[in-house]
Design a protein around this ligand. Structure first.
Ligand code: MTE
Ligand code: MOS
Length: 761
């Protein structure tokens, strides 16, 4: 391997920091129209009438469309098709799209949209999942309001709890989280001049966008091309919802035969796009005096919002991981996604795991306290290792770096001398504490998404020695294009600077599934290796002829074995072209390893492989202001093989900062389903002023079936960080916040509670 494993400069870095990247808002088209959206101001209602006469008087208005103008199918194609692209007779959340308009200028479009009058008959609404489960609760879609449920049963938890020395049961809550990608949602649709469409925009999942545009317009798949524009962050927030934006732009384009640009502003993005699901989890752990975990029981609920979207799979991932990265012989998990009249929730880095990991890792600490055991020790006793079984009874057969990761963070943070319970700062104004967590993450779609789990890559070697690679997984900031270039260069024996991985265009390679679940490294990486194989053979055949014997390659040069004669990749490529060799190749990767029983007790191999993390956080809590400062955060992640260690560290640093926002800052306030703080002045996220000393540590437990041993890991920091920080805050305060975010008000509440308790006793 020449490039894989090296700290190479990220290939899109300079372009992005110098502002040269072409995002969709930067793209101009002659004669383009601008789109705007009319949204529901009420959480639940029936649409009686939509009047457009006033809007029609706006100069520059070109088109108005409502549900009845949709040529194709008015539904977002996803797991369960219940989400209309434009509300038909009902609206189910504040911010739902009711009508779309196109105008000659953004201002004309916005003005016309604001003059469209919609008559609603207000219906009873429900906002809280617990209320939605009550008898007689308003019905969002179906009586009962359950969008999805899952269960896992391993062993006999009831019998096991009865024999445990210590049992601890607690309930935890988490709130919404907003993705806050720097670039808001946006799409540009243009006619291709032959009755078809080309749609460009910011997105994670171009093939989902293709599905939606075809469904909405009634066009066939070979008439629509979806091209990803430079994408300014996704974090899961550009998984399903860009399909709505794209379908709206495509519909307006189809109706007007002109290019249509539809770009959301921040408040609109806040109000209508997906969020992290709020979660409720009751966790019960049972252990012996030795610290050995014998039983776990989790009941997990997420608020799905008004439509199903991705809730069933977000819930499934949370369910599979709900007992934590431990071998526990008796496990019961029951989970539900509930419909309410709030903005639909979807994918967000960690995909249903951060909520339940916060609960389960907090509860494990509460159990350790009860046992009088060090929280690091209870983890060392129970964590998954090779040969151990997960809660779905999957045997961890290889690539398990969790024990190593835990050792590394404990050592780096000097846990033995300064870990939880060692700080004696009670009574001081600023109290210090330390917390630890361990986590695991099933890489890729797993059994839940097996139908979609394949990817393609196409490699074309040009006569000038340049290499164009087309894949189906997208770059959204995580560094995929850069990392896949390294893999392609090594697979071909090409110099890295000759390789270019293109932005995804659905017409170049067949459907490669979504870019989610940290799957790109394995899925597109392995597809590239597959595509490179025949080309590499051809290149080597020609190089051998040129050099008169067997060759080796390094840094884009083929060298005759044992001799100092060599020929550059560029020359070999030129010779191949001269010989009219076929120099394009398409490769595929497919996941067929999972076995999981969805209907029965939820047992089987849920994912092909897991990534692991161990995290230690050191915090300081100001008892006067309630502000939590994260002093140091050590996190060790098992990535299989670090394709580019710089980039692994960058993913860890960025992920930790995003997670710190989730634990101690970000609070979305909803009143009767309406978001009260849809902007960055009232929804607080970490900025560069919030210095957090992140210490990223890399563990490499090779995954033999990944590219050069690598596996995905980009969501891990979002899972392990929140509980480590929450455990550190509990250590500092001597009392626990069981609800996220731990904002200053909540810290002060907890402090008041403990003062009251002290006075009483
Ligand atoms: N990093 C950046 N900078 N921007 C992003 O949008 N998304 C995260 C993570 N890291 C994201 C990111 C999420 S939600 C996922 S699923 C993975 O990257 C996807 O990348 P991968 O498939 O290449 O692992
Ligand atoms: Mo990531 S939430 O799987 O896009």
């Amino acid at each position: 391997m020449t490039y894989v494993g090296k700290r190479v400069l990220r290939r899109d870095a300079i372009k992005k920091v110098t502002g040269r990247g072409l995002y969709v808002a930067d793209q101009r088209r002659l004669g383009a129209l601008y789109g705007a959206t009319v949204r529901s101001p009420i959480p639940h209602g029936r649409i009686r009438e939509i009047r457009v006469s006033k809007a029609m008087t706006v100069e520059g208005l070109v088109a108005v469309m409502t549900a009845s103008d949709i040529k194709g199918r008015n539904l977002l194609p996803l797991v369960v098709d219940d989400y209309p692209l434009l509300a038909d007779d009902r609206v189910r959340f504040v911010g739902q799209a009711v009508a779309i308009v196109a105008g000659e200028t953004p201002d004309a479009a916005r003005r016309a949209a604001s003059l469209i009058e919609v008559d609603y008959e207000s219906l009873d609404a429900v906002f809280d999942p617990q209320d939605a489960l009550e008898d007689g609760a308003p019905t969002v879609h179906l009586p009962g309001n359950v969008l999805s449920r899952h269960q896992i049963l391993k062993g006999d938890p009831d019998a096991a709890f009865a024999t445990c020395d210590v049992v601890v049961e607690r309930t935890y809550r988490t709130g919404h989280q907003v993705h806050l990608y720097l670039e808001t949602q946006g799409m540009l649709a243009e006619p291709d001049g032959e009755g078809g469409l080309i749609v460009r925009g910011t997105m994670q999942c171009p093939y989902y966008v293709l599905d939606a545009v075809c469904a909405a317009t009634g066009l066939r798949r070979n008439q629509v091309e979806i091209i990803q524009a430079e994408t300014g962050g996704g974090f899961g927030g550009k998984e399903d919802v860009p399909s709505i934006v794209a379908a709206h732009a495509a519909l307006l384009c189809q109706a007007t035969a002109r290019p249509v640009k539809l770009i959301y502003d921040r408040e609109e993005d806040f109000a209508s796009m997906s969020k992290r699901h709020p979660g409720w989890a009751s966790v019960r752990y049972g252990a012996m005096k030795t610290g050995e975990l014998r039983a776990c029981d989790v009941s997990y609920i997420i608020n799905g919002g008004a439509y199903t979207t991705l809730s069933p799979i977000v819930l499934w991932r949370g369910t599979v991981h709900a007992a934590g990265p431990y071998e526990i012989p008796n496990v019961r998990i029951e989970s539900k996604a509930i419909a309410t009249n709030t903005v639909p929730c979807g994918a967000f880095r960690g995909f249903g795991q951060p909520q339940v990991a916060f609960a389960q890792e907090s509860c494990l600490d509460e159990l350790a306290l009860e046992l009088g055991m060090d929280p690091a020790e209870i983890r060392q006793i129970n964590i998954l290792r090779r040969g151990k079984r997960t809660s779905t009874s999957q045997v961890i057969s290889d690539s398990c770096g969790l024990p190593r990761a835990l050792d590394m963070v404990l050592e780096a943070s000097s846990w033995a001398t300064s870990g939880a319970g060692r700080g004696d700062s009670q009574g001081q104004l600023r109290r210090r504490g330390m917390g630890v967590s361990t986590a695991y993450y099933g890489v890729g779609l797993g059994a839940g998404g097996r139908k979609l789990d394949r990817a393609h890559a196409s490699i074309q070697i040009e006569p000038d020695g340049s290499v164009a690679v087309a894949v189906g997984n997208t770059e959204m900031g995580q560094g995929a294009r850069s990392e896949l270039s390294q893999i392609a260069a090594d697979a071909l024996g090409a110099p890295l600077d000759a390789v270019r991985v293109r932005l995804v265009d659905t017409s170049r390679v067949p459907d490669s599934g979504p870019t989610v679940a940290s799957r790109t490294t394995i899925s597109s990486g392995m597809a590239i290796i597959d595509a490179a194989r025949p080309l590499r053979q051809r290149l080597e055949g020609v190089a051998q002829r040129l050099l008169g014997g067997p060759t080796e390659s390094s840094e884009g040069v083929f060298v005759a074995e044992g001799e100092n004669r060599s020929v550059a990749f560029r020359e070999v490529a030129a010779a191949c072209a001269q010989e009219r060799q076929p120099m394009q190749s398409v490769g595929q990767w497919r996941q067929d390893k999972t076995t999981y029983d969805f209907e029965g007790s939820g047992q089987g191999d849920a994912y092909e492989v897991y990534a692991y993390s161990a995290t230690v956080a050191a915090v300081e809590v100001d008892t006067e202001t309630g502000v939590v400062d994260i002093l140091d955060l050590w996190t060790a992640i098992d990535v299989g093989k670090a394709v580019n260690p710089d980039q692994v560290e960058a993913q860890i640093e960025g992920g930790v900062v995003q997670a710190v926002g989730y634990v101690v800052m970000e609070e979305l306030v909803l009143h009767e389903g309406r978001i009260e703080n849809p902007n960055l002045s009232a929804y607080i996220i970490p900025t560069s002023m919030d210095v957090i000393k992140v210490h990223p540590l890399i563990v490499e437990a090779r995954y033999p079936e990944g590219p050069y041993g690598a596996k995905g890991f980009g969501e891990m920091p979002m899972i392990g960080t929140p509980p480590a920080v929450a455990n550190a805050v509990a250590d500092a305060l001597g009392r626990r916040c069981r609800q996220l975010p731990i904002v200053p008000e909540r810290v002060l509440e907890v402090l008041e509670e403990s003062e009251r308790d002290e006075e009483e006793s």
